[in-house]
Design a protein around this ligand. Structure first.
Ligand code: DQA
Length: 145
């Protein structure tokens, strides 16, 4: 079972940016935690981070026929990107949307997710643990589908 974990803009600044929303652990810590839990669950996880919308679209397209599931935190592009929505629809790979904070409890503009309609689930407000839940739920989904 191959899972691609994509993180969008500014998530490389985890640990530095707005700790009141995103905590004090770094992106490197996040990747370590994902690797550890992938081992525990017996799945393969590849982590990718980019600050660029087109690169994220390219990465999603490159997952076609290579990955069984995608876990994505599109960060700010959640609220703007039809291109990322269309890429997820195009490859038709089961996708789970993750947010470290709960965007629905923050600014009005964060309540809109362009991505959500293409996702089998949204996990939000659980901090880094949200990625673990997404991995567990993805494994379960792929086994049972
Ligand atoms: C985020 C929430 C988004 O609104 C924000 O733009 C981010 C991170 C989260 O993980 O909580 O960059 O996706």
């Amino acid at each position: 079972m191959n899972i691609l974990v994509i993180n969008g803009p500014n998530l490389n600044f985890l640990g530095i940016r707005e700790p009141e929303h995103y905590g004090t652990k770094t992106y490197k810590d996040l990747v370590k935690m994902i690797d550890k839990n992938a081992n525990r669950l017996g799945v393969k996880a590849e982590c990718y981070q980019s600050n660029h919308e087109g690169e994220i679209v390219d990465k999603i397209q490159s997952a076609y026929n290579r990955f069984d599931g995608i876990i994505i935190n599109p960060a700010a592009y959640t609220h703007t990107s039809v291109a990322i929505l269309d890429a997820i629809k195009a490859v038709n790979i089961p996708t789970i949307e993750v947010h470290i904070s709960d965007p629905d409890m923050r600014d009005e503009f964060r309540k809109v997710s362009y991505i959500r309609q293409a996702c089998i689930e949204t996990v939000k407000g659980l901090g880094f643990d949200g990625y673990i839940k997404a991995m567990e739920d993805m494994k379960e989904y792929l086994i049972n589908r």
